[in-house]
Design a binder for this molecule. Sequence first.
Ligand SMILES: C[S@@+](CC[C@H](N)C(=O)[O-])C[C@H]1O[C@@H](n2cnc3c(N)ncnc32)[C@H](O)[C@@H]1O
Length: 251
Amino acid sequence: MDYDRTSVPDSYDAGREIADDKKRAFVAEFAQITGTSDISKIIDLGCGTGRFSATLADVFDADVLGVEPSSRMIAQAREKHDDPRLSFAEAPGEALPVEDSSADMIFMSMVLHHLKDPSRVALECWRALRAGGMVCIRNSMADEVGTYPYLDVFPSIRTIIERQLMTRAQLVDVFGQYGFSLKANETRWHDIAPNWSAFAEKMALRADSFVAQLSDAEFETGLAALREKALTAPQDESARLRVDLIVFQLD
Ligand SMILES: C[S@@+](CC[C@H](N)C(=O)[O-])C[C@H]1O[C@@H](n2cnc3c(N)ncnc32)[C@H](O)[C@@H]1O
């Protein structure tokens, strides 16, 4: 998806905010699998507004290059961060602006389903990483579309999601063809809002790219239903998204 042709960049940070402690916990899970001592150069591929870039630099004590094709997303990343460990480059994952074998780790959060050519991105990861380098992926997978928290209120969103997400098997094939082996694959529930009214107000910002693809009429009707549901849901019940934490290692 070309984010610059949508309104998603305008509301991304407000609509997709994750508390710092939660972000740190996600990234620390990857660090437990990869270790941190051999990782000093990270590419945050499809970094968007840099939601994870600073946390990656902190947890791994590493330099992070955020690579992002949307000029409106990367402009926000640049504006928000003045940490000397962070730099940003406007480019797609299919053409990483780095030397061969120059990175220790490539991180991708919720990017897989936006790639024009996932196979080309896997080839670029192979080129950019040193031997033994890792690709760490945080993404929902097509295998669990049924767990999305708003399927009941937006009738056509399931088809949109199914069309875009990859299955685990497809992902393993895409990276496997370039000699990456699967080092870890764990599934987690990530809190995306502390309760259903907070979730409805996040969805109202239409910063979720699947929600952004709905017709205005379906969006408005579904949002009203979500707000209605929030009135009766327990106030301490969080809205959660099922995501995979996947690590590939280059032989
Ligand atoms: C859901 S956002 C995720 C941003 C960030 N990783 C995060 O977790 O907040 C998806 C991002 O992927 C970017 N994207 C789309 N096509 C891409 C491509 N071919 N290569 C790299 N990133 C791409 C979009 O511009 C957008 O910023």
